[in-house]
Write a protein that binds this ligand. Structure first.
Ligand code: FCB
Length: 529
């Protein structure tokens, strides 16, 4: 920690707290507001950063095929090179170390480890690659926090039997998980089995924004698919795949390092659009149909009663044995939280979606007959970002944590993703990302508040360490603490990286403009000063 930083920060804290109002958004948040063993990390996923898609025996994945088709990726880009993390992982681990991270969340590419699924051999070069990562993280005192499925799998599984629409995928996944537990279980203590089953199923099987891009009207006009039913089947298969992997892990691998595992759920906060009972019920339904949809089965053994009471036979049933397998099959709850949306009832009112922050189909059972969007009478719920449905609403962090705490009896939570997307057009001023600093400061302040009120939260991950391939949006929205200079692929710290490093050394400045990343011409590097 720099001495000048300590003096400046103390002085600034005093000054700023005198000058500024004391609203939560402006509170100075410090590392010491969190427990000493609280994990502070950053997150990425394999497909979004690795590149090297054709190297060392990796097979083509669902995303390679999808991004190759014209029109599927907003800026016509692909992730064949991405951030070239496959070759630059040591440099990236250096960066994490320099920031003082205590954990790094990344995913293991299924197509790298098992290019042909369970019908083919384990790719030993890929095993070595991920062991190099875990080993180098551990030598720097950084916990590897590993996701197994982060939206990417060998295309062959899709072609052969229809991927996650088929129960066969459960067995494929179980084999993949077993291989990962076998080869990495001695070094990895934290596992996310599946990232965002709720968002993945919606994007891939309801709205056709992700592969295999299936849908039906009114959600979209696809060649094949059934948006009212298929997301339910996909999540069902994912939950059972998770539960089987969790059982296997607990029986054979957990004891190696006393590891823990969970899923990460995409958890927007939803608040009523109208101040009446219907509005409140709509917000409750939106939470149940999005967040509790995947969490209730993993904690209680069945889908939320709110969903059972609306859905007919399209919502699959679990056998008694499956319910037993699912119940308590997570050790903590992984929460990916970015923003808050309004929810409005569509059972008694007409819901029209004609702005970019809402989605079609709000008058269907699969959406709980609930409209969700970021504007009320044209006024946005919070500041807009580079993602149409992500609005900056810091108090939503406290509210979503409170919701999960209340519903699941204060089960341990970890914020597995939280981040700010600058719009692509801020590209020219990428380094001065002061809005990102404000975003993290204010969301952390509300997280600390939830914890003061008793929420058991044990970690926080910034999405993302570096700018990366944002799925169907390509390289437009940028979430990184580090900018990637595309021609050279150099990592350049934004002000937010410098802020995070200072925050982690307990030297957080309220006035972010005092921390800058600066270009040092002589040494041709950018550094925090
Ligand atoms: C989440 C994904 C992650 C990233 C962020 C912005 O839904 O898990 O890969 O795309 O959104």
């Amino acid at each position: 920690m720099r001495l000048s930083c300590i003096i400046a920060s103390n002085f600034l804290i005093l000054l700023v707290s005198m000058l500024k109002s004391s609203s939560q958004e402006q509170v100075n948040i410090k590392r010491s507001d969190f427990p000493p063993d609280f994990l502070f990390g950053a997150a990425t996923s394999a497909y979004q950063v690795e590149g090297a898609v054709l190297e060392d025996g990796r097979s083509l994945s669902n995303w390679d095929i999808f991004s190759h088709i014209e029109g599927n990726i907003a800026d016509g880009s692909n992730a064949y090179i991405a951030d070239d993390h496959y070759h630059r992982y040591l440099e990236d681990i250096e960066i994490m170390h320099s920031l003082g991270l205590t954990a790094y969340r990344f995913s293991i590419s299924w197509s790298r480890i098992l290019p042909r699924g369970r019908d083919g051999p384990v790719n030993k070069v890929a095993v070595q690659f991920y062991r190099n990562i875990t080993y180098n993280l551990l030598t720097k005192g950084i916990h590897p926090f590993v996701t197994l499925f982060h939206f990417e799998y060998p295309q062959e599984l899709e072609d052969r039997f229809g991927g996650w629409l088929s129960p066969l995928m459960q067995e494929e996944y179980l084999h993949f998980a077993e291989i990962c537990f076998t080869y990495f279980g001695d070094q990895v203590k934290y596992w996310i089995t599946i990232n965002e089953p709720n968002l993945f199923s919606e994007m891939a099987y309801e709205r056709a924004n992700y592969p295999p891009a299936r849908c039906s009207p009114p959600f979209g006009d696809c060649v094949s698919g059934n948006s009212d039913v298929e997301p339910l089947i996909v999540v069902h298969n994912m939950l059972l795949a998770h539960a089987k992997a969790a059982k296997l892990y607990r029986e054979r691998f957990k004891s190696k390092v006393d590891g823990v595992l969970s899923i990460a759920v995409c958890a927007f906060m939803y608040v009523p659009m109208t101040d009446d009972e219907k509005g409140k019920a709509a917000a409750d339904r939106a939470l149940a149909f999005n967040v509790a949809w995947t969490l209730d089965p993993l904690v209680f053994g069945d889908y939320p009663p709110e969903m059972r009471s609306i859905h007919g036979p399209e919502l699959p049933n679990f056998s008694a044995e499956e319910r037993e397998l699912l119940r308590d099959s997570i050790d903590f709850i992984g929460i990916n939280h970015y923003g808050t949306l309004y929810a409005k009832d569509c059972t008694h009112s007409v819901c029209v979606c004609n702005i970019s922050s809402c989605v079609q189909g709000s008058d269907r059972a699969i959406r709980g007959f609930t409209y969700t969007g970021g504007e009320r009478d044209g006024v946005p719920i919070g500041e807009r970002t580079g993602m149409a449905r992500f609005f900056v609403v810091p108090r939503g962090m406290e509210q979503i944590v409170q919701y999960v705490k209340d519903r699941y009896n204060n089960k341990t939570m970890i914020i597995t993703e939280n981040g700010y997307a600058s719009p692509g057009n801020e590209e020219n001023d990428f380094v001065h990302d002061d809005k990102r600093i404000q975003y993290h400061q204010s969301y952390l302040a509300y997280l600390a508040q939830a914890m003061r009120k008793g929420a058991d939260v044990q970690g926080y991950f910034v999405w993302s360490l570096i700018d990366n391939f944002e799925w169907a949006s390509g390289y437009g929205p940028k979430f990184g603490l580090y900018h990637i200079d595309r021609p050279t692929l150099n990592r350049i710290p934004k002000n937010s990286a410098c802020w995070y490093g200072d925050f982690l050394s307990n030297c957080s400045l309220v006035d972010a403009s005092n921390i800058q990343s600066q270009y040092n011409e002589k040494e041709n590097i950018v550094m925090c000063v």
